[in-house]
Design a protein around this ligand. Structure first.
Ligand code: ADP
Ligand code: MG
Length: 368
């Protein structure tokens, strides 16, 4: 049956309607409000047609005195922060709009992995908003979002690309075939790279999180001053717990005052070892897959040694390398928004019965 018959009008009219719809479609924008609450950052962002208009983060300093994130305190802080953070994200994105919430097409939120109490706050908030506004809901995997942070901005990789995701909780090499087809081809078998920074920093008496401090002192030290264990792990997997033990045993053998006298060299040598472990595996991944576009993601990609090391490797071997802006490397909602954008375009929506999940594996998502 022809289209004209269905609508009881001529095919010519139908063509006209079709063209009008096409024009409207081209003019239509996709606006995503995204919420991230998986750990100790409450964040919200607005993304319109893949462009980030606002990216607000409220960090929680309360954990510093405990030397790590206290889950219950983090959940409570999310409850306090979430309304003002979302409000600020909307106001920054739409400074002149009257009822900007109604311009949002979908609400994306971090569903997994993370601290369950923290995820619950963001999930319940997103669900309530979706229900009250009658807008679709998009569940986002935090690790997928870290990878897709590389698609924010003008300088993006083409598909397929490799991504080294290095954060406080994860270390993965991901092969990205498209925004929604990601495969983990290597990962840590024990500590994450961020944990290796934080735990060795603790051995040196530095406060949590120690990664940025190691980076700062390392800039003033000699990376070859001390040699620490580099594990030999098969395939594209990583291990960092041996490094921590090696630093511990080394420090136990030293005289009092040794750390203070050698802090810069110790930090430079620890950073050098962690960066070498990461770069050797990414080099292997390029050799095995033949993919020469390499991205970084996650909080540890803020590390200056890793950034320089990857850029240097890229120049040496002719790879294209991509490192997101710092604000998109650590936990943020812009990466949830860009992932929400691609899921929206693909029609991947969640229903109101969706629950958060603390574990990465329990989510039915792609290869994660
Ligand atoms: P998660 O999502 O697992 O909480 P993030 O992606 O927020 O982790 O990254 C936090 C981790 O990044 C921490 O382990 C922190 O020490 C580390 N980190 C942040 N900046 C640096 C840096 N400049 N050098 C090394 N590690 C860093
Ligand atoms: Mg993270």
């Amino acid at each position: 049956m022809g289209l004209g018959k269905i609508f009881g009008s001529s095919v010519k009219n139908c063509t006209c309607v079709y063209l009008c719809l096409q024009i409207l479609n081209t003019l239509a924008t996709t606006t995503i409000l995204a919420i991230e609450s998986s750990c100790d950052e409450t964040a919200a962002a607005i993304c319109v047609d893949g462009k980030i208009l606002s990216n607000i983060i409220a960090s929680q300093s309360i954990h510093e005195k405990y030397g790590g994130v206290v889950p219950e305190l983090a959940s409570r802080a999310h409850i306090q922060n979430i309304v003002p953070v979302v409000q600020q994200a909307l106001q920054e994105a739409f400074p002149v709009a009257e009822s900007f919430l109604h311009t949002v097409d979908a609400i994306a939120f971090t569903q997994a992995p993370g601290l369950i109490g923290c995820l619950l706050v963001g999930t319940q908030f997103a669900k309530s908003l979706a229900l009250s506004l009658n807008k679709p809901l998009i569940a986002v995997h935090h690790m997928q979002a870290h990878v897709l942070a590389n698609l924010i901005g003008e300088n993006k990789p083409d598909f397929p690309f490799l991504c080294l995701t290095v954060s406080g909780g994860h270390t993965q090499i991901v092969l990205a075939k498209s925004p929604l087809e990601l495969e983990v081809i290597g990962q840590t078998i024990d500590d994450a790279a961020g944990e290796a920074f934080d735990k060795t920093a603790k051995l040196l008496g530095l406060p949590y999180p120690g990664g940025p401090l190691i980076d700062r002192y390392a800039a003033l030290g000699n990376p070859l001053a001390f040699k620490f264990a580099e594990p030999q792990i098969p395939a594209l997997n990583f291990s960092f717990s041996g490094l921590k033990t090696s630093v511990l045993y080394f420090l136990q053998k030293q005289q009092p005052g040794f750390i203070e006298a050698n802090r810069n060299d110790l930090c430079a040598s620890i950073q050098y070892t962690i960066v070498q472990i990461l770069l050797k595996k990414i080099k292997k991944a390029v050799q095995e897959t033949g993919i020469q576009q390499v991205c970084l993601a996650g909080g540890v990609s803020a590390n200056s040694g890793l950034r320089k090391g990857l850029s240097h490797l890229g120049e040496k071997h002719g790879w294209k390398t991509f490192i997101p802006a710092f604000e998109f490397c650590t936990d943020n909602a812009a990466m949830i928004a860009i992932t929400g954008h691609y899921k929206f375009l693909a029609g991947h929506f969640a229903d109101l019965s969706t629950n958060p999940s603390a574990r990465a594996e329990s989510i039915k998502l792609l290869s994660y």
